[in-house]
Design a protein around this ligand. Sequence first.
Ligand SMILES: [Zn+2]
Length: 239
Amino acid sequence: MPSARQNLWPMLLGWLMLLLTYLGALLIVLSDSVALRVGGGLFFAFKGLTWLVTFFAVLVRPRLGWRLFVGRYRYDSSQHHFWRAMLQAFTRFWWELPQLWTGYMVSQWRVIFGQIDRVESLGGITFAIAEKSPGGMSMGMSLGPYVNIWLPEEVIGDFDRHVRLHSGQLLMHEFGHTVDSMRWGWLYLPVIGLPSLLSQWVELVTRGSRHQHRHLYAERWANRNAQHYFGIKMRDLQA
Ligand SMILES: [Zn+2]
């Protein structure tokens, strides 16, 4: 069981980083450079939009919307991962800002339109889950600490167990991408997110004859991260 003290430091660091991010944006808005002022203005515009979408999501689906919102301030609480939690708290609000924002907005948007059945948390990562997806689709999209996922099955029982045993390692794979989000920060979308999306598309249109998505460097990195975190052999890395 995680102790209260163990959660306290990451939480405090997270709040401090969030405060510094706001202060930084405020200073930028008040600066002399027009370009910086536009950047700072955009930050506050995006923040406003986030609050608006959060408000609607919690209004329409209180439990799911609230759980997604709280996920912003949740870090890895397992006993052996204190420093991982501290790193999450340190990077989340500024270094991972583009994917935090996109991931959060996509999840809340899906909540508002009734496409989410459940919100789960594991290792400080929030999973927005659609269960029993049409056509048995199994798909995931990892953006910062938010994983949007479509599962053919229903999640029953302990989520940690489900992540390890079901959905052909998809949940662990998506979790692996979130580790690279912490590493790459603002470069995550150009280095991992977009190439990964493109690779999936190329595999789809060539029906895998020219290119297999799972062989892309970013996909192998995700599996390597997952293997390290969960201590499970990922299929793609077995050869
Ligand atoms: Zn992937």
